[in-house]
Write a protein that binds this ligand. Structure first.
Ligand code: C2E
Ligand code: CA
Ligand code: CA
Length: 746
C-alpha cells in the first residue's frame, strides 16, 4: 500500500515533470518543424509551378532570362526573403539562378521539380533557416524545463517528503503503541492478582494469565467475548466456590448490577481465600482484580496469635487476658458473675537460679498444662509474665466455686514434677476477686486479685486469699505514705525529740533517748509507729537511721559530758552493711565520746542472721558504744538472748511496767529481770513510767533507771537544757547549762 502510494506519486510526479519539461517543447519543436517543412515544400512547389509556366512559355532559353526568373522567385514577402533562399538547380546540378541571401544555418531545404511536357527540366530548391525555430523551441524548452522542475518538486519531491514524514510519524506512533502494548501485556501477566475486564454485555474484554490460573480456566474461556456466565459456570463446576452455584451467580450478578466499587472476600472450597476488588469502567462494563490472600490471611492470623499468646507455654498472654476480662465484664449485665484468680509460684526463682533457665522453662510449661486441665470450657488461664498466671472463672454460681478452684490449682501445682532427671516441687499462692461484687473495672479486678495474692503470700504461701475492701484502702494509703516518706528526708521534715532517762538512785537525768518525729506537710505530726515499719520495708530506714545517728550525736555534743544519748536501731540497718561506718561517722563528726552513745536494739535484731549481727554488735561495742536491749519481755525467748550478747542495759517494755500496781505477775517479771540484769552486770531501765506509784514499786524492786511521762514525754531538742535544770543531771556543767538556758530565754 505504502509502496503503491510512493510509486503513484513518483510516477505521476515524474510524468507531470516530463510532460511539462520535455513533451511540451518537443511537441512545439515538431509542430514548428512540420509547419516550416510544409512551408518550404509549398514554397518550392509553388515556385516550381510558376517557373514551369514560365519555362513553358519561354522555351529552352528560360534559363538565360535571369530577370524574369528573379521576378518569379521574388514574388514573396520581403521578410521571408531575408531568412530564406530559393534557387533553381539544373539537371546537371548547377545553380541556374538563386534568389535571397545566405540562409543562417541550420536550414531546411526542399526541392520541387520543374516539369515541361512531363519531363523534369530543373529543380526549384527552397531553403529556409530553422534557427528562429530552434531559438523559440529553446526558449519554450527552457520555460518548460523550469516548469518541469517545478512540477517535479511539486508533484513528486514534496508529496514524497510529506508522505515519508507522515509514514515516519506513523511508524513512531506504532512503535510507541507496540511498546506500550508489550509493557501492559507484561504488567498484566506479571501481576500477582488475577485481572479481568468485562463489557456492558457481560462479555470478557481481556484477562491476564493469573486470572486463568486462579480458576483453572481453559484457553477457550479466556478469549475476548466469553460471557461471564460461562466463566462462572466453570468456576462453580470445578468446585472453586464453596456456596451453591445459584448463590454465587446471584452474588456476582448483583455485584455487576450495582456497578460501584466494592470488595468481596470469597472462601473457596479448596480452602483458599480470594479477595475480589470490583470497579466499574467509565464507558460501561467493569474491571475486577482477584487476589489469593490465603497466605496473607494465615500470616495475619499467626501474628494475631503471636501477639495474644505466650510463646513459651502457648497460653493466652496479658493482651488476650485483658480482652477476655473485658468480654466477661460485658456479660455482667446479664446477671452472671465471675472470678479472677491471680496465681504465683512460690520460690520459682530459686529453681530457676539453681537449676538453670531451661529447667525453669520446662517447669512453667508443665505448670501451664496442669492449669489448663483444671479449667472448664469458657474459663481462661493466661501467663502474664515470669511465674505469674491469671485465671478467669466464668459463670460463677457461688464464691465457694472460686475457692474450690483455687484449692484445686494449689493442689495440682504442688504435686511433684519430674523434669530432666530432677524431681521438683513448687508451691503456688492464689489471690481471688469476684466480679461484680469486688469491682466492675478490669484494672481494678486485676489489682484486687494481686492484693489478695500478696496477702496469701505474706501469710504463709501455698494458700489462697479472697480480696477484701480494706486491703485496698490500706494499700493505697501505704503507697501514698511511701512516696511522701521518700521526699521527707530531702525536704527536712524529720526532727528528733528527746525523752529523759532518769536515774532513780542518783535522782537525776542521766541521758536522753532520741525519738524520731515526722512533720508531715499536710497531716501534721506522724508518729513513728506509723512510718517506721514502712521505712523498714522500703529500706529507707537505712538513710533515715544514718541521719538520726548524726543528728542525735550532734545534739548530744552540746550537752554536759556525762549525759548519754540513746538511739534506736532497726533490724534492717543491721542487714545493710555500713552501720558501723555510720556510727563511727556520727561520732567522729560530732566529737562525742563513744561511751556516751547508747544503741537500742530489739530481740528481732538477734533473730536474723545470728553470726553477722553478733559480729556487728561486737564491733560496735568494741568502739566503746553501749548496747541496750529494748522492749524487753515482748519477744519469745528473751532470757536466752540476754545471754547471747553482753548487753549493757535492759529496757523493760512498758506493757509490764504500766500494770505493775495492779498485776502481780508483772511485778514478779520486773523483779526477775532487774535481778538478772544486776547479776549479769547490766543496768535496767523501766519504760513507760507514768505514776509515782509505779516508780515506788520499781525502786523497791531494784530497778536503776526509769523513762516515762512521769518525768517527761519526748520533747524538742531545745527543751533538754530546761529538763536538765528542772530534774538535775550533768551537775559538773550546771553552770554552763544554766547560762545556756538563760541565754535562750533572754
Ligand atoms: P520505743 O523505743 O519503745 O520508744 C519509746 C516509746 O514509748 C516512744 O514512743 C515514747 O514516746 C513512748 N513513751 C515514753 N514514755 C511513755 C509513757 O509513760 N507512757 C506511754 N504510753 N508511752 C511512753 P514513740 O516516740 O512514739 O516511738 C515509738 C517507737 O518508734 C519507739 O519505741 C521505737 O521503737 C520507734 N522509734 C522511734 N524513733 C526511732 C528511730 O529513730 N529509729 C528507729 N529505728 N525506731 C524509732
Ligand atoms: Ca527505744
Ligand atoms: Ca522501748
Amino acid at each position: 500500500m505504502t509502496l503503491n502510494i510512493r510509486t503513484v506519486i513518483k510516477a505521476t510526479g515524474s510524468a507531470f515533470a516530463l510532460m511539462i519539461g520535455v513533451i511540451i517543447p518537443l511537441g512545439y519543436a515538431v509542430d514548428d518543424y512540420l509547419e516550416a517543412s510544409d512551408h518550404v515544400n509549398s514554397e518550392a512547389g509553388r515556385s516550381a509551378a510558376k517557373v514551369a509556366q514560365y519555362v513553358y512559355k519561354t522555351g529552352p532559353l528560360w534559363a538565360y532570362t535571369t530577370l524574369r526568373l528573379e521576378d518569379i522567385l521574388a514574388d514573396r514577402p520581403l521578410a521571408e526573403r531575408d531568412e530564406s533562399r530559393q534557387q533553381i538547380i539544373g539537371l546537371d546540378g548547377r545553380t541556374v539562378y538563386a534568389e535571397g541571401g545566405d540562409v543562417p544555418r541550420p536550414a531546411l531545404a526542399r526541392r520541387a521539380p520543374i516539369h515541361l511536357d512531363g519531363e523534369t527540366v530543373a529543380w526549384v530548391e527552397a531553403r529556409e533557416s530553422v534557427r528562429p525555430l530552434l531559438i523559440e523551441t529553446g526558449i519554450v524548452a527552457l520555460v518548460s524545463g523550469v516548469l518541469g522542475i517545478g512540477a517535479f518538486l511539486l508533484f513528486r519531491v514534496l508529496p514524497l517528503r510529506v508522505l515519508d514524514r507522515t509514514l515516519a510519524r506513523l511508524d513512531a506512533r506504532e512503535r510507541e503503541l507496540r511498546d506500550q502494548y508489550v509493557i501492559s501485556e507484561c504488567a498484566l501477566n506479571n501481576m500477582s492478582q488475577g485481572l479481568c475486564m468485562f463489557d456492558t454485555d457481560q462479555r470478557l474484554i481481556t484477562c491476564n494469565r493469573r486470572f486463568a490460573d486462579l480458576y483453572d480456566l481453559p484457553d477457550d474461556l479466556i478469549k475476548t467475548g466469553t460471557p461471564l456466565s460461562a466463566i462462572l459456570e466453570h468456576r462453580v463446576g470445578i468446585g472453586s466456590y464453596s456456596k451453591s452455584a445459584d448463590t454465587y451467580f446471584d452474588e456476582r450478578f448483583d455485584m455487576v448490577a450495582q456497578n460501584k466499587h466494592r470488595t468481596d472476600i470469597v472462601e473457596q472450597k479448596d480452602g483458599r481465600t480470594i479477595e475480589i476488588l470490583f470497579d466499574p469502567l467509565p464507558g460501561g462494563g467493569w474491571v475486577a482484580t482477584h487476589e489469593d490472600i490465603s497466605e496473607r490471611r494465615e500470616a495475619e492470623a499467626r501474628i494475631v496469635y503471636l501477639a495474644s499468646h505466650d510463646s513459651l507455654t502457648n497460653l493466652p498472654n496479658r493482651v488476650l487476658f485483658r480482652q477476655q476480662l473485658e468480654a466477661a465484664l460485658g456479660d455482667i449485665g446479664t446477671g452472671t458473675s465471675f472470678a479472677v484468680l491471680s496465681l504465683d509460684l512460690d520460690r520459682f526463682k530459686e529453681i530457676n537460679d539453681t537449676l538453670g533457665h531451661p529447667i525453669g522453662d520446662a517447669l512453667l510449661q508443665e505448670v501451664a498444662k496442669r492449669l489448663m486441665e483444671q479449667l472448664r470450657d469458657g474459663d481462661l488461664v493466661a501467663r502474664l509474665g515470669g511465674d505469674e498466671f491469671s485465671v478467669i472463672q466464668v459463670e460463677l454460681e457461688r464464691p465457694e466455686a472460686a475457692s474450690d478452684l483455687a484449692e484445686r490449682l494449689i493442689g495440682i501445682i504442688g504435686a511433684p514434677y519430674f523434669i530432666e532427671g530432677h524431681q521438683l516441687v513448687v508451691g503456688a499462692s492464689v489471690g481471688v476477686t469476684i466480679a461484680p461484687s469486688d469491682g466492675i473495672d478490669g484494672d481494678q479486678l486485676m489489682k484486687n486479685a494481686d492484693m489478695a495474692l500478696y496477702r496469701a503470700k505474706s501469710e504463709g504461701r501455698g494458700t489462697f486469699r479472697f480480696f477484701e475492701q480494706e486491703m485496698d484502702i490500706r494499700l493505697q494509703a501505704r503507697r501514698c505514705l511511701e512516696q511522701e516518706l521518700r521526699s521527707a528526708l530531702t525536704n527536712g521534715e524529720f526532727e528528733l525529740y528527746y525523752q529523759p532517762l532518769f536515774n532513780i538512785v542518783a535522782n537525776e537525768i542521766c541521758g536522753f533517748e532520741a525519738l524520731l518525729r515526722w512533720h508531715h506537710p499536710k497531716r501534721g505530726m506522724v508518729p513513728p509507729d506509723e512510718f517506721i515499719p514502712l521505712a523498714e520495708e522500703t529500706g529507707l530506714i537505712v538513710q533515715i537511721g544514718d541521719w538520726v545517728l548524726r543528728q542525735a550525736c550532734a545534739e548530744a555534743a552540746k550537752w554536759p559530758l556525762q549525759i548519754t544519748v540513746a538511739v534506736n536501731l532497726s533490724p534492717v540497718q543491721f542487714k545493710s552493711r555500713g552501720l558501723v561506718e555510720s556510727v563511727v561517722g556520727a561520732l567522729a563528726t560530732s566529737q562525742v565520746s563513744p561511751h556516751r552513745l547508747e544503741l537500742e536494739i530489739t530481740e528481732s535484731v538477734l533473730l536474723q542472721q545470728g553470726e553477722t549481727t553478733l559480729t556487728t554488735l561486737h564491733k560496735l561495742r568494741s568502739l566503746g558504744v553501749r548496747i541496750a536491749m529494748d522492749d524487753f519481755g515482748t519477744g519469745y525467748s528473751s532470757l536466752s538472748y540476754l545471754r547471747s550478747f553482753p548487753f549493757d542495759k535492759i529496757k523493760i517494755d512498758r506493757s509490764f511496767v504500766q500494770h505493775l500496781s495492779s498485776e502481780r505477775d508483772s511485778a514478779a517479771i520486773v523483779r526477775a529481770v532487774t535481778g538478772l540484769a544486776h547479776d549479769l552486770g547490766m543496768s535496767s531501765t523501766a519504760e513507760g513510767v507514768e505514776s509515782q506509784e509505779t516508780l515506788d514499786i520499781l525502786r523497791e524492786n531494784g530497778c536503776t533507771e526509769i523513762q516515762g511521762f512521769l518525768i517527761s514525754p519526748a520533747t524538742p531538742a531545745h527543751t533538754v537544757a530546761e529538763l536538765l535544770a528542772r530534774f538535775g543531771g550533768g551537775q559538773s556543767h550546771k553552770g554552763m547549762f544554766r547560762a545556756q538556758v538563760r541565754h535562750r530565754i533572754a
